[in-house]
Design a protein around this ligand. Structure first.
Ligand code: URA
Length: 261
């Protein structure tokens, strides 16, 4: 294909992009993320402000604000199966993360499994494949599970607090977590696991209402009427291999609980 740029100019532009930190080409055409964010904000604003003009008598204009948490609650309540829950989440328009993500990352593993894992949010690989924990952290998670005789194909169900990848893998914001929490609660109610493994601070924040995973880990807690084992996130274990000792102890506690009569 004939290029409008000569080789040297193209090379200089590429070098400049790399200098600015660009390390990945994800599309043939550039995406203006500022425009995407702007459009998302405008759309959310338009939804929030469904202005009901009181006609006749020149009464005051009343503004009916959308409440994303309440709407999520309604949508989640109406979902009576995992498929319906996925569809409800797919139709939910209040979370800006949806705009920047490729896929809704709903779940993987066996519905009805005794063990349900709740991770934080999809990363690049999960966003591409539409499945949770498929990147490096996910591969470590699979090895950890297999060490206590569990696997996602036979005995574990996996989801995340956030179904959409945050841009640049930033932490989900408290209001984003809050609006997706009704879906997570319903997800747990539909799967009905015996035990929840809650990985990392974001997941502890969502389900236990507190952070501080290095203190919380290893101590059984309770959420949604289920026993919860807070655990170090596999991504953290990749960065801090010495912490695998603690993760192993927590896995053994989970195994013992599953095996106890
Ligand atoms: N980290 C998570 O918490 N979830 C994923 O799905 C992938 C990485």
């Amino acid at each position: 294909m004939e290029s409008a740029l000569d080789w040297h100019t193209a090379h200089a532009l590429l070098a400049w992009q790399m200098e600015m930190g660009v390390d990945e080409a994800i599309s043939d055409t550039p995406v203006d993320r500022f425009a995407v964010e702007r459009a998302a904000r405008e759309q959310a604003q338009a939804k929030k402000s469904q202005v009901a003009v009181a006609r006749g008598g020149g009464g005051p204009v009343s503004e009916v604000k959308a409440d994303p948490v309440a709407e999520a609650g309604q949508a989640a309540k109406g979902a009576t199966s995992l498929d319906a829950l996925r569809a409800a989440m797919d139709a939910f328009e209040h979370c800006e993360l949806k705009r920047g993500a490729r896929s809704l990352v709903f779940s993987d593993g066996l519905p009805g499994a005794r063990v349900m894992i709740v991770g934080e949010a999809p990363g690049r690989d999960e966003d591409r494949q539409g499945k949770p924990f498929v990147g490096k952290a996910g591969q470590l998670l699979d090895r950890m599970l297999s060490a206590i005789g569990l696997s996602r194909s036979e005995s574990v169900y996996i989801t995340n607090v956030m179904p959409w990848r945050p841009p640049q893998n930033r932490e989900p914001r408290p209001e984003e977590i809050a609006m997706m929490l009704p879906f997570l609660r319903k997800h747990i109610a539909l799967v009905q696991p015996e035990v929840l493994l809650v990985m990392g601070n974001i997941s502890c924040q969502a389900l236990l209402g507190k952070r501080g995973i290095t203190r919380l880990r290893g101590h059984w807690a309770e959420a949604e009427g289920k026993p919860v084992m807070p655990m170090l996130h596999p991504a953290y274990l990749l960065r801090t291999p010495t912490a695998k000792r603690e993760a192993w102890a927590d896995l053994l506690a989970v195994k013992a609980r599953l095996e106890s009569p």
